[in-house]
Design a protein around this ligand. Sequence first.
Ligand code: ATP
Ligand code: MG
Length: 304
Amino acid sequence: MPVLEIANLTKDYEVGFFRKRKVRALDDLSLSVDGGQIFGFLGANGAGKTTTLKLLMRLIFPTSGSAKILNRDIGDVRMHERIGYLPENPYFYDYLTAREFLEYCAQIFGSPSAERRKRTADLLSRVKLDEKSWDKQLRKFSKGMLQRVGLAQSLINDPEIVFLDEPMSGLDPVGRREVRDLIASLRDDGKTVFMCSHILSDIEVLCDRVAILKRGKLAQVGHLEELRQRTDDPNRMEILATGADASDLQPPANAIVSSTPRGLRIEIAGENEIENVLVALRKAGGKVVSIQPVKQSLEELFMD
Ligand SMILES: Nc1ncnc2c1ncn2[C@@H]1O[C@H](COP(=O)(O)OP(=O)(O)OP(=O)(O)O)[C@@H](O)[C@H]1O
Ligand SMILES: [Mg+2]
């Protein structure tokens, strides 16, 4: 069941002061996202990812088109109680402490005070903010610490869907790993996550489905595995081997042999050439590590 349905969403920004003109940031985007998934929204800088999220959050208004979240029009205020949002550059009132800020957010959603305290403590531990910082003012926080507070804020109302704009930005590798685990745990709780990112490795390990936006237009959408399937030549296989040198190997005529840090990589046109490569490898003293169809990396897909 789709929990997010976007239909022909278009946004023109008006730019210029004396001579106004329009810039199309989002062009006729239609998209549907099923519940219980982590959906990756990819695109280069300026592709329109943040614009899409701002439209869905009703922070800006579309030029045309519409969208539904949890089967309600995005104009329906009550629906917004059931969703969460982490902006790209969260700006907090920075004289509050992390704890005060989150309790304040919980209060906006009307939770009683005992529950507010409990929920705040639960979330601050869940985003792994060091307990020593809970009662420090946010203006003393580093970028990564603020990002964690932002994430906690987006979950304060126990949302059914959470929209995250670059959730890993500003985090060190340990922090990224922790946030990655947190996002995966949201899916385990049955939540839907819609996340924008251009950190492809994070998308690759987390997302069930992805959409790629290119200059405001939807370029690709689908399951990551499907998208990575090479459509130009689905039969191509790759064999990884160790123990042999490229110079000693006499592979079949049209095989492409390359050395990688992990050993040799031999790309062939199809399954029927595997045997020949195995024979050649055996002669050269090599050992097969893996044989698999050639898949496009997400990076190649993104660059296309
Ligand atoms: N308030 C605005 N006024 C005019 N143009 C804008 C405005 N906000 C965004 N744009 C333009 O709209 C386009 C899409 O911007 P958007 O911020 O949605 O991209 P993005 O995909 O989030 O990029 P990034 O990866 O850098 O965050 C860009 O060309 C940008 O210059
Ligand atoms: Mg953005």
